[in-house]
Design a protein around this ligand. Structure first.
Ligand SMILES: *Cc1c(COP(=O)(O)O)cnc(C)c1O
Length: 424
């Protein structure tokens, strides 16, 4: 194992056999804060963001971080200070943006099931735009806005029926998905939106899926969206902004997604060709901004030899790292300190009472009880999806900035978990 085998970020590397994130040794952080522990690199997040910023230099464009990927306040603050807006999917996320120092005016609100109360809260806060996902939602949002004496800025999320060639649970732009309004119904939906006095049509939106590793699906979706823009504008409904969603993949296991700047060089060229290059653009990346910036540190509890399999039982589990159980996803698992001895093959599993509680299968590791490991590419869709299953507290989180470690979330206690519960 050498530095070039570690996926996705230059800020994670072995030095003299020890794994470092920026200037800090991960073994030291694990000892100081305990495990399981999420550790994020601020430089790595800003590095990922800079690829988008480079692509959009000289353009009218705004990055709205899709915060469901990692909604911890310390992480949001990094992106707010770097000038990002936010893509939210609940009123809870709006409250987080505000608590982290972000502005409601830089927020766009996506999601198929916004409640009336969430619409009210977002309208009162003055968000930038609602990404509306159904015709019924247009009517409900109109009524809520009128009841408040406000006008809701809307863009309609269109479903371009493009296959992003990713896991079925994370593809969102195909005909049988619950997301967006079908391509064929879009013009009609825009005409309806334009006729409603509580709405102001401001843009168009599309998001075709997640962990997309090729440029093709993006180009296909772009062309379909631009065809729709032409239709909608010929019907006399001007669109101020074009929002192309998120979805760019990261390297988990030798995946080779295009870099954000390479992808956008292609997409911007196409936009220019079709005469849309000077439009206000928006994007909503999540995973590609934070995924490779984080690791989850864990301690080996027991080694359990078996007839068919050897198990390496660690103190992190599916409640901390839900992606393998949910999508059979792959995370690299590496030691915090390298040794030269050969390893054994293990299934790396957590202590939760489910056979689905595995973190990695058939991994070669040279480990003993008490050794510490890092589960890589754990910055996105891990902590934000974590749960208290088996009454396990959520892990602590540390944000590293150069040679400084900031504890941005303390480890959850059992009394934290029982808060609000009563017995008869
Ligand atoms: C989840 C989501 C995103 C971000 O997706 P990533 O794959 O993490 O980039 C963007 N927009 C919408 C509407 C989403 O639901």
């Amino acid at each position: 194992m050498n530095a070039s085998d570690l996926p996705g970020t230059p800020f994670l590397a072995y030095r003299d056999r020890h794994l470092f994130i920026e200037q800090l040794r991960l073994q030291d952080l694990a000892v100081m804060h305990g495990t399981p522990l999420f550790v994020y690199s601020k430089a790595s997040m800003l590095h990922a963001l800079s690829a988008y910023q480079r692509a959009f230099a000289g353009r009218k464009a705004k990055v709205h971080y899709a915060m469901k990927a990692n909604s911890s306040l310390g992480v949001l603050q990094v992106f707010a200070r770097a000038g990002c807006g936010f893509d939210i999917v609940s009123a809870g996320e709006l409250a987080r943006v505000q608590a982290a120092g972000g502005k409601a005016a830089d927020v766009i609100f996506s999601g198929v099931g916004k409640t009336r109360e969430e619409m009210r809260l977002a309208l009162q806060a003055g968000i930038a735009c609602f990404n509306v996902e159904s015709e019924t939602e247009l009517d409900v949002l109109n009524a809520v806005a009128l009841s408040l004496g406000k006008t809701a800025p809307v863009s309609i999320r269109v479903n371009p029926n493009v296959d992003p060639k990713t896991h079925p649970y994370i593809s969102t732009g195909l005909k049988g998905n619950k997301f967006g309004i079908a391509h064929e119904r879009t013009l009609q939906a825009y005409k309806h939106a334009a006729s409603l006095p509580g709405l102001k049509v401001t843009g168009i939106d599309c998001h075709i899926g997640s962990q997309i590793t090729t440029t093709g699906p993006y180009l296909d979706a772009l062309d379909k969206v631009l065809d729709l823009v032409e239709q909608i504008e010929s019907a006399g409904i001007p669109l101020h902004h074009l929002d192309f969603g998120g979805g760019l993949g990261i390297n988990y296991n030798g995946d080779t997604p295009p870099t954000a700047d390479a992808l956008w060089a292609r997409l911007l060229a196409r936009l220019d060709e079709r005469g849309f290059g000077d439009r206000q653009l928006m994007i909503e990346p999540g995973r590609s901004l934070v995924g490779n910036a984080g690791v989850c540190l864990t301690e080996v509890q027991f080694l359990k030899p078996g007839e068919q399999k050897n198990f390496c039982i660690i103190d992190a589990a599916m409640n901390d790292l839900p992606r393998p159980a949910m999508y059979e996803a792959f995370h690299q698992i590496v030691p915090l300190t390298l040794t030269s001895e050969a390893g054994k093959v293990y299934d790396v599993v957590g202590p939760v009472c489910e056979s689905g509680d595995w973190i990695g299968r058939d991994r070669t590791l040279n480990v003993q009880s008490g050794d510490k490991l890092a589960v890589l590419s754990a910055g996105a869709y891990c902590m934000s999806m974590s749960s208290n299953y088996n009454t396990r507290g959520r892990a602590a989180e540390v944000l590293v900035d150069g040679d400084k470690a900031h504890l941005i979330r303390t480890r959850e206690t059992v009394s934290d978990q029982m808060r609000g519960e009563t017995v008869l």
